[in-house]
Design a binder for this molecule. Structure first.
Ligand code: ZN
Length: 560
């Protein structure tokens, strides 16, 4: 059996890849039948899997040890090569879209690949290459600025993620004082943060016009590969959230304030759900892996077998250590059909959440490893997150293994946070629509737009005497707004689906698990709404998608 130590992929040389790609292009053009073209597609697909495996290995090694000079060099090489490889890919995709055998090809490969390729082709043209380079530079500028933040608090230095741990501190004064210094950093850097974003918005708008789109919103959707919904559908979903979830979120915040005896509830109270502090797992990394083996074995339906394969193949790296990048993610090595989970356990309930979340991604990726195209190994982002957020809920009955007597408390906090997240996520999305509809607005006007979003979606929010945020600066902390435009609604669409799985699994655990596993097997072979409907879920773009969820949640959270 293969372990991570056996996996390898040769470092590509651009000229060789380009020569190979040219041979594929010629073979496609000279093909006299659909079968001949299909044979080329499969060879091309094998090359893409190998390149992706190389990319994933290079990035993983760098994240595991950011101080290793060789790993850093390899990653830089990868960053430089990637845009040129995309150019080669888009050329092949264009040829396939215009193929005289397209009908037969669609029959063999599925229509979804063609829809995805069409989005890629529309979102890229060599004439925006310079724009893309400038965009990457501005994004790097934001990342470096925020990564380099040094914040002094009670005699110690923290970075922006380090200072965050005080957000859950049981002592109210500590939480407040830590928020003061955190937002003071943003206030001191406001001009630079405004300037970077202003440059990004104008640049993205220019790119859209170069490509003949009406505005960046249209291009942004294409770059996110959204093939079966548009901005009107998303607006319908936001209306649903305003109707069903904002009032529920208000009630939850009121209950929380009463539990904490903190009325009014201030911004620095929001992350803490009761006076005893948030529940934590009752053992360390090795202990948690043992409990996870028991849990997945009991859940059955392939999950146990899969998790044992992950452990035996050493396909997880979950312990926190110096030199490792922060955060958690799941990656995969398509030429081997194996996924990998990366995390940084720190002893909080977040460990269990990150772990079940990333396991959901990994299980889906493994389940779709035999899909005919690399394009189908993962679905688009809003669908990907159903697998991860869905598994967080499907593992609920087993949470006593990790939290003992605190399991019920964990479930309540997890559910409340899932619900409270949606109005925030929708606010981030709505804000970006306002921004890109008026690319020439001033930085002050953008801060006013964010304030309007807070009044609409987070009406309970009270920043008190904190710097920067009362005048509309909160959004500058949300990395996606700078780095991945229009990527955020995806989490809320998926959470809506995951909450529906929760409602169903309360009634029918076995049937719901089966529907979940079937969905994982489909990978990305269909667009979002088809995948959701196929799993018996109500599309978030349909009115009523949150009605049952809100009703059940209200009941579940009112019980004590
Ligand atoms: Zn995820």
């Amino acid at each position: 059996m293969l372990t991570i130590d056996d996996l390898a992929a040769p470092t590509p040389v651009y000229d060789d890849v380009a020569a190979k790609a040219r041979r594929f292009e010629e073979a496609l053009q000279n093909a006299r039948s659909a079968d001949e073209q299909l044979a080329v597609v499969h060879q091309w697909d094998a090359m893409r899997r190998e390149l992706e495996t190389w990319n994933a290995l290079v990035n993983l090694r760098f994240n595991q040890d950011t101080r290793n000079e060789q790993f850093k060099k390899d990653r830089e090489h990868c960053d430089e090569l990637t845009p040129r490889l995309i150019d080669l890919e888009v050329r092949m995709k264009r040829l396939l879209l215009w193929s005289p055998f397209r009908t037969e090809l669609e029959q063999a490969l599925g229509a979804q690949a063609f829809a995805l390729w069409e989005a890629d082709v529309m979102a890229f043209d060599p004439k925006i290459e310079q724009h893309l380079v400038r965009e990457a530079k501005l994004q790097a500028e934001y990342s470096e600025l925020t990564a380099g933040a040094k914040i002094q608090f009670r005699g110690k230095d923290y970075n922006l993620s380090g200072i965050q741990k005080f957000r859950e501190d049981p002592d109210r004064q500590t939480r407040h004082d830590a928020e003061i210094v955190r937002w003071q950093w943003f206030a001191s850097n406001r001009q630079q943060l405004d300037r970077i974003f202003d440059d990004l918005v104008k640049l993205r708008d220019e790119m859209a016009r170069e490509l003949k789109f009406n505005d960046y919103i249209e291009l942004g959707y294409k770059r996110m590969k959204r093939v079966d919904y548009n901005r009107n559908d998303v607006e319908q979903f936001r209306a649903e959230v305003r109707e069903h979830l904002v009032p529920l979120a208000m009630e939850l915040r009121k209950q929380q304030a009463a539990r904490l005896a903190a009325e009014p509830l201030m911004f620095w109270d929001e992350p803490v759900h009761d006076t005893t502090g948030n529940p934590a797992p009752q053992g360390d990394h090795d202990w948690m892996v043992e409990r996870a083996i028991e849990m997945f074995d009991q859940m059955g339906g392939e999950l146990g077998e899969f998790f044992r394969l992950m452990v035996a193949g050493k396909l997880t790296d979950l312990k926190n250590r110096d030199g490792k990048s922060p955060g958690g993610f799941c990656t995969s090595f398509p030429s081997y059909g194996l996924p990998y989970i990366f995390a940084n356990f720190n002893g909080t309930k977040g460990d269990v959440e990150v772990f079940t979340h990333e396991m959901g991604h990994a299980f889906q990726c493994y389940s779709s490893r035999n899909q005919p195209l690399v394009d189908y190994l993962w679905p688009t982002f809003e669908s990907c997150e159903i697998h991860s957020m869905g598994l967080e809920f499907l593992t609920w009955p087993h949470m006593d293994k990790f939290f003992g007597n605190d399991a019920e408390r964990f479930r309540r906090v997890h559910l409340a946070q899932a619900l409270l997240f949606i109005p925030y996520g929708v606010a981030v999305d709505h804000f970006q629509h306002l921004v890109y509809a008026r690319p020439n607005a001033s930085p002050d006007e953008r801060h006013a737009m964010w304030q309007e979003m807070e009044r609409t979606y987070l009406p309970w929010r009270d920043y008190g005497d904190l710097p920067h945020v009362p005048s509309g600066g909160f959004w500058q902390f949300q990395r996606h707004i700078y780095l991945s435009p229009f990527y955020y609604i995806d989490y809320t669409l998926a959470q809506t689906c995951a909450l529906q799985l929760w409602v169903r699994s309360n009634r029918d655990p076995q049937g719901t698990l089966k529907a979940y596993i079937d969905l994982c097997h489909r990978g990305g072979e269909a667009p979002f709404q088809q995948l959701a409907k196929g799993a018996g879920l109500i599309s978030p773009f349909q009115s009523g998608c949150l009605r049952d969820v809100a009703a059940q949640a209200r009941e579940a959270l009112a019980a004590s």
